[in-house]
Design a protein around this ligand. Structure first.
Ligand code: NA7
Length: 546
């Protein structure tokens, strides 16, 4: 009998939180502090969210560990020790479990329980939530902590069900060691997950064949064991450094060069790129201030990386196929790797360029392209996620007056601040579409949203308010503002998952807010300080409690 089966779900609560990743866990902790009754419903049998599911070989965070961790508790951040500059999945999952234990969160988490539907009862101002096990719970608030990259997606390749060998998806990797020794392995996809997994699989398998549709830009991580001096530098004044990170564009503290790539000489420009390439990681994109704004500036960085690929990969045709040319660098999430390009120099690794020879079908024993039939013992799908909206739209939400979230978002997600959707009172989304979320250090954005939501709920409690809803006007203004800011950048020019472009039929809308984490935080704080402008409350006017 699982832990959840022994623990009855109360019929009525103040708050239901969906998801026990970092967002859900911190939300529960904050709500306890407000004296609200809350439970988390979680589909997995453990905490960790993304880091519970993405157990593929080589899975690692692309934000440095000193910054990819909670900042809300000084003792926690001082005591926890990361072993590497960029933490690997098992260590981050250990950290998630440590947080759950340290703050005694498990007693309020119902594992192996998924939400099937949620209906808002206007008369009672409450959500009725039904789980996949048929349990029904009534809650005043529903907080979605379902993650932005949690609805893993298998491609629509003909014959996919006919294959009789082993299959894996990087986003729901089995919870056991997968043994590739002596096997012929196909990897479909070349996004962040594939780029991390391929070098590790290639070191073990007999053969690895990578099926690439679109190449991505990847920067070496230069991962290394944690440097004690560097850790000490962070921990000496962790609070202040975290505060600085919160105000950065991406929620990551690193040196952003204020200069334009076009106002320095070619020599200076390349020296800056070289310095950042040598240091490793996504800070490469901070080399100049206009890399995501100006195509000519961007081209200089893109060509620098293409030349690095050409210098690394020995076979010129493979190097050229790996060098991205159809999107500006950084407009699809930049990848961070450990020996990715070098892996193509191994005799057991081969790249199949699907632009030249597309996959026709998956067969019982392998993959057939327009040029050849290949046999495999295992196929790894590194084919990504239905990003940002996928996990939310899996739940049948019915808001005020029978409004359905799937219908409201038919032409793309619309929200106010990525926190609430008009027509869906008392429903809050942590790092929802319309907030910086996937363009940021997720833990920084999670903490900001959770703190803001806790502030809102505390304020409502103090004023005796029972219901909050984003107004249609505030939502429309926010969506328009989000579009305007996105259109000032090069981002919308790429067919990325930020745009919904990886899912056939998904509306092409730039989903995250690109105005910057610091700017966004200030807006949210200003809105709260102004009495929550753009939100309507019931009762509408009440004095603050003394
Ligand atoms: P991504 O970045 O969405 O990558 C998915 C990859 O799979 C990408 O290279 C796709 O090529 C490829 N793909 C998808 N469908 C197909 C089909 N049908 N045929 C061939 N190739 C296909 O997902 P990841 O898991 O790597 O990373 C997601 C995020 O997680 C990442 O940004 C980090 O934030 C963590 P395409 O580009 O569509 O041509």
């Amino acid at each position: 009998m699982s832990e959840s089966e022994t623990k009855p779900l109360p019929a009525s609560l103040d708050v239901i939180i969906v998801g026990a990743g970092f967002g859900g866990m911190y939300m529960l902790h904050r709500l306890r502090g407000l004296g609200l009754s809350a439970r988390i419903l979680e589909g997995a049998d453990g905490v960790g969210g993304t880091w519970y599911w993405n157990r593929y070989p080589g899975a690692r965070c692309d934000v440095e560990s000193m910054q990819y961790s909670f900042s809300f508790d000084e003792a926690l951040q001082q005591e926890w020790q990361w072993s590497e500059r960029f933490a690997a999945q098992p260590e981050i999952l250990r950290y998630a479990n440590h947080v759950a234990d340290r703050f005694d969160l498990r007693r309020d988490i119902h594992f192996e329980t998924r939400v099937a539907s949620a209906r808002f009862d206007e008369a009672a101002s409450r959500w009725t939530i039904t789980t996949d096990k048929g349990q029904v719970v009534s809650a005043r608030f529903c907080v979605m902590a379902t993650g932005c990259l949690s609805a893993a997606r298998l491609p629509d390749i003909p014959g996919i069900r006919d294959y009789t060998g082993e299959t894996y998806h990087t986003g729901f990797w089995p919870h056991r060691r997968v043994d590739f020794a002596g096997k012929r392995v196909a990897v479909i996809g070349t996004g962040s997950s594939a780029i991390q997994a391929i070098p590790v699989i290639a070191a073990e398998a007999a053969q690895v064949t990578v099926f690439q549709r679109t190449p991505n830009f990847s920067i070496p991580s230069r991962n290394a064991p944690m440097d004690a001096e560097y850790e000490g530098w962070w921990k000496r004044d962790y609070r202040e450094k975290r505060q600085q990170a919160r105000m950065m564009r991406t929620g990551i503290l690193y040196a952003l060069n204020p200069l334009s790539a076009l106002e320095v000489s070619e020599e200076e420009r390349n020296a800056e790129y070289e310095r950042r390439w040598t240091n490793g990681g996504t800070a490469f994109m901070g080399a100049f201030s206009d890399l995501i704004l100006n195509k000519t500036a961007n081209d200089t960085a893109a060509e620098f990386v293409r030349n690095k690929i050409r210098a690394t990969v020995k076979d010129p045709a493979t190097a050229e196929a790996l060098a991205p040319k159809d999107h500006p660098i950084g407009t699809k999430r930049i990848c961070v790797d450990t020996h990715y390009y070098e892996t193509y120099n191994r005799p057991n690794v081969r790249l199949v360029n699907l632009r030249q020879t597309p996959i026709e079908t998956i067969t019982a024993t392998g993959i057939r392209t327009s040029a050849e039939s290949l046999e495999f013992d295992a196929i790894v799908f590194a084919t990504g996620f239905d990003a940002m909206t996928g996990a939310l739209l899996k739940i049948d939400f019915e808001g005020r007056g029978g409004r359905r979230l799937s219908a409201e978002w038919e032409h793309g997600p619309r929200s106010y601040l990525g926190l609430m959707v008009a027509g869906f009172p008392n429903l809050l989304t942590i790092t929802g579409p319309g907030s910086p979320s996937v363009l940021s250090n997720m833990i920084v954005s999670i903490e900001q949203h959770v703190d803001w939501i806790a502030g809102l709920l505390g304020d409502m409690q103090a004023r005796g308010r029972t219901c909050v809803e984003a107004t249609d006007t505030a939502q429309e203004d926010w969506v328009r503002h989000g579009e305007e800011v996105a259109n000032r950048t090069l981002y919308p020019s790429a067919a990325s998952w930020y745009m919904g472009a990886n899912i056939p039929g998904k509306p092409r809308v730039f989903m995250p807010y690109i105005g910057g984490v610091g700017v966004y935080r200030e807006k949210c704080d200003e809105i709260a300080a102004g009495g929550y402008t753009g939100f309507a409350f019931t009762p509408a006017r009440v004095a603050a409690a003394a």
